[in-house]
Design a protein around this ligand. Structure first.
Ligand code: SF4
Ligand code: MSK
Length: 621
């Protein structure tokens, strides 16, 4: 197998894992070779028990399933189910945050407070909820109730869609894809893909975009906005990243997963004097909380908490032998973790009723006793510290400083209160455009390579990069999230960054915080009086792997943003479907996908797109 990672800390831990006989995702990936061609092309179907059916991609065998479904129908139905699962994951996360706000307002959620009252009031006003002379708890209850209704089907269309430019809303109207309730679109995906319902690949894809939009402008946006109300809207903050943030002389706890409700409380509990004293009693110098994946992003955005790594580093963190507890909730948590942890002293602690792991210790986390539960979890980690097998501990020295916390509000503040400096820089060609580089890691691609190559080349070409998720962690580790990285940017972008004191790569948060990117794009389009699809803006997911990323792709393209995928989606077996996604979508949505596994060529596609949009807007350069 070729290069596995471009991250030195990960390379070292992969070597250690090999020496200690530990299998990781890369070995398991190798064992899967050759991967099933039908699966890779998206042309196997198990949607009823006449099947499974599969289509021969070479035309020598069956061209239809037993029911008569074609390759395009099967691949489109599979794609729709991926979108449904991804939108469900983001939106269920959003629903949990809405519930926490509701319970906080009722005084039933232990340890939580409404931290950003200004955002609460402005959101309430957006939803038509009276704010004058009312307490924040009264307003929060009404706002949470309104949000809960958006998940069902009470309204005609989602409220946050009004944030999109008028022209974009007309596109959705014309295509018949205005999302109604968030849950409704997801349920409809499952209905349409049941045997013998929606067999038209175009109709299926259109509903896929609608479902994605209900995630981006619905479930994810609720997750972001309500997290800001509860935990504070992020502001620029500095911290450290990569496995080197683990401390040899401290109790190391990694919080991994997605929902900030858990990680915020663990951060709070770790400051508890009694627990710190208990840690000292066990011989530790302190308690070191580190994040991983998007839970890491949530707490680094708000507290500058160190982030130990991204998706493909979860097992490698355990391999350091220095993690006393890894606390997980939902999403992107490998079931393999408990097996790896069994070879060291690490305790894997699951917390969500929705996500249990064989071999993990389960400490149910609920909002009513959040702080008590968090204390209990920290205590378990403290008690586990003396069980560390010193001979197996090796923490790589790699760590890098980052600057994160670029919420929309923080970006505006950095710009001096208005978008004008950014718009002026774009108009003058100092900044050629904006690219959102987001998404996961995938062992099909050398870890972090896609993110770094793409981002480095884009900033060099004067394209401002905005990021979330594991892509942002990859760039944090490489030092690209520092204002000093302006030296690696092109002359125009570099000058703007130096003037404003910001990095050329802005970390906007976790995967659900792509909603912040949508809001920013909408604000720029509104300021210029154009549609989002007219902007010199593009998206890229160089190493994506999760179904959530498929939902994100659907809503990003559905919002008018050309998007380049670096790992191949399982659709190529449906030729007409592929043509629709990469070409035909443009005439309906003003945007389409491109698939490009070579990051250099992906950059070229993005730059060509940005140049074409600049020309159409009559902008220089
Ligand atoms: Fe086969 Fe059609 Fe059933 Fe799918 S729905 S398994 S293609 S018969
Ligand atoms: S955590 S969805 S691996 S970005 Fe959001 Fe990272 Fe992808 Fe999970």
């Amino acid at each position: 197998m070729g290069e596995r990672s471009v991250d030195q800390a990960s390379i070292k831990m992969l070597k250690k894992a090999a020496q200690e006989g530990i299998e990781t995702a890369w070995e398991r990936y190798e064992k899967q070779q050759p991967q099933c061609g039908f699966g890779l092309l998206g042309i196997c179907c198990r949607n009823c028990n006449m099947g499974p059916c599969r289509i021969d991609p070479f035309g020598d065998g069956p061209e239809e399933g037993i029911c008569g479904a074609t390759a395009d129908t099967i691949a489109a139905r599979n794609l729709l189910r991926m979108i449904a699962a991804g939108a469900a994951a983001h939106s269920d996360h959003g629903r949990d945050i809405v519930t926490t706000l509701w319970e906080t307002a009722a005084g039933e959620a232990q340890g939580y407070q409404i931290k950003d009252e200004g955002k609460l009031r402005s959101l309430a006003a957006e939803f038509g909820i009276p704010v004058e002379g009312r307490s924040k708890e009264e307003i929060a209850r009404d706002l949470a109730r309104e949000a809960m209704e958006e998940f069902g089907m009470v309204k005609g269309a989602l409220k946050f869609l009004e944030r999109a430019p008028q022209k974009r809303r007309e596109v959705w109207q014309k295509a018949g894809i205005v999302p109604r309730g968030i849950d409704r679109e997801i349920v409809e995906c499952m209905h349409r893909t049941h045997m013998g319902v929606d067999n038209d690949y175009v109709n299926l894809v259109l509903h896929g975009v609608r479902t994605g939009l209900s995630d981006g402008w619905g479930g994810s946006m609720f997750a972001t906005e309500f997290s800001d109300i509860l935990f504070g809207t992020p502001e620029p903050v500095r911290g450290r990243s990569n496995l080197g943030v683990l401390k040899e002389d401290q109790v190391n706890i990694i919080v991994h997963g997605h929902e900030p409700t858990l990680s915020e409380m663990i951060v709070l509990a770790a400051r508890d004097e009694e627990l710190l004293a208990a840690a000292r009693e066990k011989g530790a110098a302190g308690i070191n909380i580190c994040g991983m994946c998007c839970t890491g992003n949530e707490i680094l955005m708000r507290h500058g908490v160190p982030v130990a790594g991204n998706f493909l580093q979860q097992e490698l963190a355990v391999v350091t032998g220095a993690v006393d507890a890894m606390v997980v909730d939902v999403q992107c948590v490998m079931p393999a973790l408990t097996g790896v942890a069994g070879c060291y002293h690490t305790k894997i602690i699951s917390t969500s009723p929705k996500a249990r792991f064989e071999g993990a210790e389960h400490i149910p986390f609920d909002e009513h006793h959040a702080l008590d539960t968090a204390r209990k979890i920290v205590q378990i980690a403290v008690d586990n510290y003396p069980r560390r097998k010193k001979e197996f501990v090796r923490i790589p020295e790699e760590e890098m400083e980052y600057m994160a916390g670029f919420s929309v509000e923080a970006v505006l503040k950095a710009l001096g209160g208005s978008l004008n400096p950014l718009l002026d820089a774009i108009k003058a060609g100092q900044i050629k455009g904006i690219a959102a580089v987001v998404g996961c890691n995938n062992p099909k691609i050398p870890h972090d390579r896609g993110h770094l190559l793409l981002t480095e080349k884009l900033i060099k070409s004067d394209v401002l990069v905005v990021q979330t998720g594991c892509a942002a962690i990859a760039c944090a580790k490489a030092g690209l999230l520092l204002p000093e990285a302006a030296a690696q940017a092109g002359p125009g972008l570099g000058a703007v960054c130096r003037a404003l004191g910001i990095p050329p790569v802005l970390h906007m948060g976790s995967c659900v915080d792509i909603s912040r990117i949508l809001v920013t794009a909408a604000a720029i389009a509104n300021a210029l009086g154009v549609d989002i699809s007219d902007l010199p803006v593009a998206g890229a997911a160089p190493e994506w792997m999760s179904e959530k990323a498929v939902s994100i792709g659907a809503y990003v393209v559905g919002s008018g943003v050309f998007t380049v995928l670096g790992s191949i989606p399982p659709v190529l077996g449906g030729k007409k479907l592929t043509e629709l996604l990469t070409e035909g979508a443009r005439s309906v949505l003003g945007a389409s996908f491109a698939v490009e596994t070579d990051p250099e060529k992906a950059v070229d596609l993005i730059l060509e797109h940005i140049a074409a949009r600049r020309k159409a807007l009559g902008l220089e350069g």
